[in-house]
Ligand binder design. Structure first.
Ligand code: TRP
Length: 341
């Protein structure tokens, strides 16, 4: 928008399956708020998903529609937010290739996010090269959308730092600023644990997906970890580290009610069954309207994919401009506006 002071936001998700309640509190809810006064793009990062899911490429492609449905059913409005597909923006891949010349393997191996994820997956010298360099591809995503604000969890802070290093190296090569630096917008909600208290993940089956049925929600709540020392309802129980309370804190709009329950639980006299019933009701009240909108939208999948195609075309024209600017820094000819795929 001409003369606009709205900041440009980029966020993204790897499409590896349907999104869950952790995504909802950690990012989706924020995105719905941010879309009103920012130019927001959400990138479905399917190429990034392939960096550690190359053996399940068909699942990744299938998840694209699921994730797009998740966005629209929680209230992401395509009139306000651009939803784009990473693999359909080849300019981002070309930017990645150029940026790779500015980053050392040592620097990538020192990236704390890459280190943590490498340990988690047990990679050693067998690490896929694409996985090692995905921070560079993420830098291409961010700069390729001219984003200055990136809402992320604190685990992604090293990505922002690495992006800004690339931005500064490009400026140094060019002798003038070419790309804007970005900053993180950290969410203030604590990370939502999985139902077993570990990190929520699709592969552990300990997350509650936004597309869960009412029965699935109840079953997942039933299986939640509470306090192993709280055997009888009359026993005093622990609230800290208790997964049911973590979810109530995150989702129950009745704050005073939660505080009261916590006090009763600590004193003794509140059983897990009653506590879980309350949580199941709270979660179902949240998910039911999302589920209804999702069912409605899913009847016309082609329209959902059209939203992604239109968003991708918009994002692509921005990326083409950025690519031209960066090609010039490397003494390559500008290529002009994005050609139709
Ligand atoms: N790495 C992010 C994640 O795993 C996903 C992502 C891809 C992203 N590209 C991005 C996030 C650009 C922010 C900006 O959640």
């Amino acid at each position: 928008m001409a003369g606009s002071t709205r900041e440009t936001i980029l966020t993204g998700d790897r499409p590896t399956g349907p999104l869950h309640l952790g995504h909802y509190v950690g990012s989706l809810r924020n995105r719905v708020r941010l879309q009103d006064d920012h130019d927001q793009t959400i990138l479905i990062a399917d190429l990034q998903a392939l960096t550690d899911h190359s053996g399940r490429a068909a699942d990744v492609q299938e998840a694209i529609l699921q994730v797009a449905l998740d966005y629209l059913s929680v209230g992401i409005d395509p009139a306000k937010t651009t939803i784009a597909l990473q693999s359909a923006i080849p300019e981002l891949s070309e930017l990645t290739v150029l940026y790779l010349n500015l980053v050392t393997v040592a620097r990538l191996e020192r990236n704390p996010t890459v280190r943590a994820e490498t340990d988690l997956r047990g990679f050693r010298r067998d690490i896929p090269a694409g996985f090692l360099v995905y921070p560079v591809s993420q830098a291409a995503d961010i700069t390729g959308h001219r984003a200055t604000l990136v809402p992320v969890g604190d685990d992604q802070l090293p990505m922002i730092e690495q992006t800004n290093e690339i931005v500064r190296r490009i400026a140094h090569l060019a002798g003038r600023p070419v790309l804007a630096e970005c900053r993180a917008l950290l969410s203030d909600t604590p990370r939502l644990p999985g139902t077993d208290g570990r990190k929520a993940s699709k592969s552990l089956g300990n997350a509650i997906s936004l597309s869960a049925t009412a029965d699935e929600v109840r079953a997942k709540v039933q299986s939640m970890f509470t306090d192993p020392g709280h055997v009888r309802a009359s026993d005093p129980g622990k609230v800290e580290g208790n997964v049911v309370f973590a979810y109530l804190e995150a989702f129950d709009p009745d704050r005073d009610g939660v505080a009261e329950l916590a006090a009763r639980y600590r004193r003794g006299g509140l059983g897990d069954v009653a506590l879980k019933r309350r949580l199941a009701d709270v979660l179902d009240a949240l998910i039911a309207p999302i589920r209804a909108r999702r069912a409605e939208l899913a009847r016309d999948a082609a329209s959902v994919l059209d939203v992604v195609t239109a968003g991708t075309a918009r994002a692509r024209s921005v990326a083409a401009g950025v690519l031209d600017d960066v090609r010039e820094v490397f003494s390559l000819a500008r290529r002009g506006p994005a050609r139709r795929p």
